[in-house]
Design a protein around this ligand. Sequence first.
Ligand SMILES: [Fe+2]
Ligand SMILES: [Fe+2]
Length: 232
Amino acid sequence: MITNQMKLGDIVKAYPRAVTIFNDFHIDYCCGGKDRLEDALKELSIDPKSFIDLMNKKLADTKNKTEGDEVLNMEQLTQMNVPDLIDYIVDTYHGKERNLIAEIDGLMNKVLLVHYEHNHSQLVPLHSLFSDLRKELEEHFAKEEKLVFPYMKKSYLESSNDGYVKELEDEHDAAGNIIKEITACTNDFKAPEGACTSYRMLFGKLDDLTKDIFNHIFTENSLLFPKYEGGR
Ligand SMILES: [Fe+2]
Ligand SMILES: [Fe+2]
């Protein structure tokens, strides 16, 4: 049973299927995992009573019970220790997102060139936002894989106050802010009327990338970092 005092990250841990509903309503459960549902709804001017009723109804519907488990296998993730969870994150998210970034990069250039004349007011800012996101992510992945994650794997059993968690959380916030701008710039990933296949594919891949990043950040902020700080 969901209540408005629960934190967004805790709701997703208890009900992984909540991710789909949160995405539909633009509720930020990844960078905003520590926020209470009540505050998140207030900020988005969503009526709490009807939203919570809707969530509890959808989550109680056993028809789609395994839907979110395919995206986030919470039972498996909560049982992993820090080194295993780090390996899982790198294998699951970093590889997939690098491939998506490379695909989007090619599509972005192609669509920008072909549709510049009629759609430059959308495509030029989008090109710039995507370039910013790619830069943030590539540098962030390198920092995690080459510096912070090896350190965390070695030191997770000792209590440490190394500042790395805060640094990574700040970088996640920066990526999350660019994603919010991309979502607005693409009208929530809806290609314009009559757009060609490449244009639609570009928007579809950007949608896939951002949803994957949400789960990725949630897994680090709400599962990995609390385990690391608790020495598990
Ligand atoms: Fe990561
Ligand atoms: Fe990260």
